[in-house]
Design a protein around this ligand. Structure first.
Ligand SMILES: Cc1ncc(COP(=O)(O)O)c(C=O)c1O
Length: 409
């Protein structure tokens, strides 16, 4: 069970916060050792209120790319706070940041900034509809694009009408995509695509080239817009849009999470083709133009361009995957590890091939007890502050956990 102090905090929270916590960071969905509240974060580590330290494989569900409290990014952020942050108009840093994104991301000719990923995906949806004044948008079954009423996976409080013009297709299946486009007919506004299939609870899948090319050509043939939602995977796969190396450039891409190493900012990037459509929209927010988060993002883009963070996170991810496979094989555990090694999803199967959520939960729970924050059914994120020693510590914890699980069978 989570520690005494954490339990007391949960009790207090329940009185003043509905359910004690809401959304994706609610520990209600997690194993019993998962703390709800954290007192400190530094580099690759998190501390709870019971003085337990965790090697944090969730990295804030994505924002932590270079380590919590990265000094280079945070110094720039704090310096900017002393000049101007949220004000009556933006700082010129906004232009500098838009230029930096357009330099780094091949398909981007313009950039607009907001706060959360859902702001960016909602603007992408509106841009696609405004482009040729059409309604139908194709979404992959099970893909997550945020928590607004058009896309929340839990539809309480939303109306069926808000989803009336979405048509769903199977990720990685060009025929299913073509069928969905045919159903949309001459009302096709756009296609949303995750960079790879990273839905919760199911194995991750890398995109196949046929699917990505079909998405591009359907949009070209129908004068519709292709949107890659890079909010979760952005800059964790490539130093460009995640479909760049597939040779497929979208018209719009959405970014958030890692782009300022944890400071609150997200963005929508667009090709010239979509510029006029965006210009027709009214999109804004009181905090969207804060200069400090933009300065932090500018510094983060500099680190993305000039350091080997990506190669290091891939090498650490590979070491983790190999080490965990070895542990699982030695203990006869059916562990499935899917997705890019730097964004691993670790789940377990029963002998008959069915998913074993019980072992998955027990494994993550026992890892938490040993100081490793693993998630039982969401993809995780290696960050560049992790070291080989952290990975070795994690593999040793997995070894002890596997021994405990096999002994209790
Ligand atoms: C692919 C994807 N799109 C959109 C979002 C929404 O981002 P936010 O939670 O910042 O609104 C997320 C968040 O997890 C995401 O993973």
């Amino acid at each position: 069970m989570s520690g005494t102090n954490d339990r007391k905090l949960r009790e207090r929270a329940r009185r003043v916060i509905p359910g004690g916590m809401y959304g994706h960071q609610s520990a209600a969905y997690l194993p019993s050792n998962a703390p709800q509240f954290f007192s400190k974060a530094d580099g690759a580590y998190l501390w709870d209120y019971d003085h337990n330290r965790y090697v944090d494989f969730m990295s804030a569900y994505g924002p932590n790319l270079f380590g919590y409290r990265n000094q280079e990014v945070d110094n720039v952020y704090c310096d900017q706070l002393k000049l101007i942050d949220v004000a009556t108009g933006p700082s010129a840093i906004m232009i500098e940041l838009a230029e930096a994104f357009c330099d780094l991301v091949t398909h981007a000719d313009w950039a607009v900034f907001c706060k959360n990923g859902t702001d960016a995906t909602s603007m992408a949806l509106m841009t696609a509809r405004a482009y040729r004044d059409r309604k139908k948008v194709l979404l992959a079954h099970g893909a997550y694009h945020g928590s607004a009423s058009w896309c929340t996976p839990f539809p309480a409080g939303t109306l069926p009408e808000e989803r009336a013009h979405f048509i769903h297709y199977q990720y990685n299946d060009p025929d299913s995509l073509r069928a969905a486009a045919q159903e949309a007919g001459d009302d096709l506004a756009g296609i949303f695509a995750s960079p790879f299939k990273h839905d919760v609870l199911v194995d991750q899948e890398l995109p196949n080239e046929d699917y990505a090319r079909a998405a591009r050509s359907i949009c070209d043939d129908n004068d519709a817009l292709l949107i890659v939602d890079d909010i979760r995977a952005g800059f964790r796969i490539e130093r460009d849009c995640s479909w760049h190396s597939l040779g497929v450039e979208p018209d719009l891409s959405t970014w958030g999470k890692s782009i300022a190493n944890g400071h609150p900012i997200s963005c929508l990037l667009g090709a010239d083709r979509a510029r006029d459509a965006f210009s027709k929209l009214y999109c804004t927010g009181s905090f969207w133009f804060s200069a400090a988060a933009m300065a932090a993002s500018l510094k983060t883009l500099e680190l993305i361009k000039n350091t080997d963070y990506l190669e290091r996170t891939i090498a650490m991810g590979q070491k983790l995957r190999d080490g965990l496979s070895d542990v699982a094989n030695r203990h006869g555990l059916n562990m499935s590890q899917t997705g890019p090694v730097q964004m691993p999803l670790i789940m377990f199967d029963q002998a008959d091939g069915n998913r074993d959520m019980a072992i998955g939960g027990a494994f993550a729970d026992a890892m938490l007890r040993r100081g490793v924050y693993f998630h039982p059914f969401h993809n995780m994120f290696i960050n560049a502050a992790m070291t080989q020693a952290d990975i070795a510590f994690t593999i040793a914890a997995a070894q002890a956990t596997a021994e405990e699980i096999t002994a209790s069978k």
